[in-house]
Every structure is written in structure tokens, then in C-alpha cells.
Design a binder for this molecule. Structure first.
Ligand SMILES: Nc1ncnc2c1ncn2[C@@H]1O[C@H](COP(=O)(O)OP(=O)(O)OP(=O)(O)O)[C@@H](O)[C@H]1O
Ligand SMILES: [Mg+2]
Length: 346
């Protein structure tokens, strides 16, 4: 688990350059087993944040706690051993060209004084796990970008860290390699019970691999939370980027509703079941976040005013947590509605 509390980081100025405040009062928590996406534009402080988690960069203010140990309170020697619990991967892989894949993965174990047989066994096992069992003897130049990043992941995991920091780990990869590396990172987090931070400038990375997200802008946290919660918050900047508001045709009187996700998937079904109204989907966005589908729909309700009014009130108040959990058939209808929408949107 990672806890950053009131982190500030100011790089001092020089005669030619003014001081830069890269992070300003940033607090965030990543629980074990979570994949936290940190997104934001270039220069917003993402890499500085990653480097502060393992104290490659010292914060000007605030505390960093990893797995219950306050890193900001440790001596240099203590910090070195604490850092072994934190693996890191980068956009440019940072592999040693002169070493084979196996020797690259062995390197951190060599530095930690692990014996030859043991480190060879561990490195082989990890390379097999990341799908490179047949590339142990290959040098980085003989590997694709996606394969190099897999070697880097195996190397980062060799000392059995509890935390994995990934700074733009897929930014140099093609879409297919990106997808498979993200799946690998998600699976490894679950298997090894890691605490993973994915730094990225791409919202798509967050949608695919993360369960939590923090949005940084100019060194400040402007939005944060679990993906499934954030997406339902109407005006939050992250909600809009995760699932855009659809554009209804001008002049159409519509009501917007967000559907999908655990416990929130039966709004349309309940609407139709409870009220005698015609429901037309005028516009919609659909998005898969992790393994859940969400839709932001603009609906037009037609019918007698005494039916339409309470139906609109129902939608406005829709606290989908309050739905009847006994209604089994409800998923189908909303699933069908979402599928129809996806076809319409595609
Ligand atoms: N060592 C440094 N000395 C001075 N300023 C720095 C240093 N490192 C980062 N900065 C400044 O801090 C700010 C945040 O930089 P950072 O690298 O964390 O951004 P980022 O969000 O990772 O950007 P990108 O998406 O381009 O990688 C920038 O204004 C940058 O110029
Ligand atoms: Mg960066």
C-alpha cells in the first residue's frame, strides 16, 4: 500500500530559470491489489510523483509511506533496502544491450548478492511468466518493443517487490503490444497482490487496466477515485473523459442518465417496468471500463404527463443502489439496450 500525504515538490530556480513547483499538496492512497492510474497532461508532475514514491526525488513537503514504512523518515541505508520493495518500469525499458534477457533479469538479484543458481532459476521462471520462455538468450536488439518491456517487467519483479511503478510503460508500444502489456500488468497485480501505479497521458490505458484513477493538472490533484464511482459523477472532469456526454440533436428534449456497472445496471429496466412511458434513446456513449460496461444515455420520454413526470423524477433520483436485488431478469434488458447502443454508436 502507498500513502502520499500533502506532498509538495519545488525544484529550486537558477539565475536563468525560475523555480518550478511540480507538485502542490498532493495526497493519495493506493491499496494493495489496486492498479492506480495517474493521468495528466505533459508537465503536470506525473513522473515527479512516481520518483517521489521511491524517493529517487525527495519531496519538499509531506510524507511517503509504503507498506507501513514512512520512507521520508528513513536513513540512506534503510532507504536502500526499502527501495528493493519497489519495482519500476519506464517508457524506454532501460535494458542493458550487452546482456541477454536472462542476464538483464538476473541483474538486480546479482546486485543484491543472490547466488547464481537461485537467481538463474528466479529469472527463468519470471521470463516464462511474462511469455518469453523461448527468449532467455536473446539480446534486447533482437526483441520487439513489447518483448523488451516484458523483460523490464520481469526484471522489476525479480526482487519480489510489493509495489510496481510504471512510468509511461506502454507509450512507446504499438496498440497490440500495449494491450497485451496492460493485460499482463493487471494479471500480475492480481496474482502477486502488488500495489501498482500506472503513470500515463492516455485515458485509454486507464480504461483498460486501472481500477482507480487520479487526474493531475499543474501539480495538483483535480479529481480522483474508483473508476466505477468517478464515471457516475456528473460534472467531474474525469467522468467526462472516461465517458463523454453524448450530443443530442439540437432541440430534442432529453434527460441524461448513466447506466451500467455493478449495482447500477437496472435503471432503464426499472423505468420501463414502473411507468407507462415510451423510452427513446436519442444519443449515447458506451465505454468498457475494466470488465464493466457503462453507458451515458440521453433519453426522450413520451406518454401521458402524469406518467412522464414521475418517470423523470425517478430518473433524477435514480440511486441505483436502491434497486430490487431480487430482479434477475433486469440485466438482460439493459445489456440488450447497451448492445443496441454500441451498434448504433459504432
Ligand atoms: N529535475 C528537475 N529540475 C527542474 N524542473 C523539473 C525537474 N524535473 C521536473 N521538472 C519540472 O517539473 C514539472 C513536472 O515534470 P514531470 O516530468 O513530473 O511532468 P510529467 O507529467 O511527467 O510530464 P510528461 O507527460 O511530459 O512526462 C515540469 O514543469 C518540469 O519541467
Ligand atoms: Mg513524465
Amino acid at each position: 500500500m502507498i500513502t502520499l500525504t500533502n506532498i509538495g515538490k519545488t525544484f529550486p530556480g537558477t539565475r536563468r530559470r525560475p523555480a518550478v513547483t511540480a507538485l502542490d499538496d498532493v495526497s493519495l492512497t493506493v491499496e494493495r491489489g489496486q492498479v492506480m492510474g495517474v493521468v495528466g497532461p505533459s508537465g503536470s508532475g506525473k513522473s515527479t510523483l512516481a520518483r517521489i514514491v521511491n524517493l529517487l526525488e525527495r519531496p519538499t513537503r509531506g510524507t511517503v509511506t509504503v507498506d507501513g514504512v514512512e520512507l521520508t523518515a528513513l536513513s540512506a541505508g534503510q532507504l536502500n533496502s526499502a527501495r528493493r520493495g519497489i519495482g519500476m518500469i519506464f517508457q524506454q525499458f532501460n535494458l542493458l544491450d550487452s546482456r541477454t534477457a536472462l542476464a538483464n533479469v538476473e541483474l538486480p538479484l546479482e546486485l543484491a548478492g543472490v547466488g547464481r543458481a537461485e537467481r538463474r532459476a528466479r529469472a527463468t521462471e519470471l521470463l516464462q511468466r511474462v511469455g518469453l520462455g523461448d527468449k532467455l538468450g536473446s539480446h534486447p536488439a533482437q526483441l520487439s518493443g513489447g518483448q523488451r518491456q516484458r523483460v523490464a517487467i520481469a526484471r522489476a519483479l525479480a526482487p519480489r517487490p510489493r509495489v510496481l511503478l510504471c512510468d509511461e510503460a506502454t507509450s512507446a508500444l504499438d496498440p497490440v503490444s500495449t494491450a497485451s502489456v496492460l493485460t499482463l500488468l493487471r494479471d500480475l497485480t492480481d496474482e502477486l497482490d502488488l500495489t501498482t501505479v500506472l503513470i500515463t497521458h492516455e485515458m485509454d490505458v486507464v480504461k483498460r487496466a486501472c481500477d482507480h484513477v487520479t487526474l493531475l493538472e499543474a501539480g495538483r490533484v483535480v479529481d480522483a477515485g474508483a473508476l466505477s464511482d468517478v464515471v457516475r459523477r456528473p460534472l467531474s472532469p474525469l467522468a467526462t473523459r472516461l465517458l463523454p456526454h453524448p450530443q443530442a440533436p439540437v432541440g430534442e428534449p432529453v434527460v441524461e442518465v448513466t447506466v451500467g456497472g455493478a449495482g447500477h445496471d437496472a435503471v432503464l429496466t426499472e423505468l420501463i417496468r414502473r411507468y407507462d412511458v415510451q423510452v427513446a434513446v436519442v444519443a449515447g456513449s458506451v465505454e468498457t471500463l475494466g470488465d464493466q460496461r457503462f453507458g451515458r444515455l440521453q433519453l426522450r420520454l413520451d406518454g401521458a404527463p402524469e406518467q412522464v413526470r414521475p418517470a423523470l423524477e425517478f430518473l433524477a433520483a435514480a440511486d441505483p443502489g436502491g434497486r430490487d436485488p431480487g430482479s434477475e431478469d433486469t440485466h438482460d434488458l439493459d445489456d440488450r439496450a447497451l448492445r443496441a447502443l454500441e451498434e448504433a454508436v459504432a
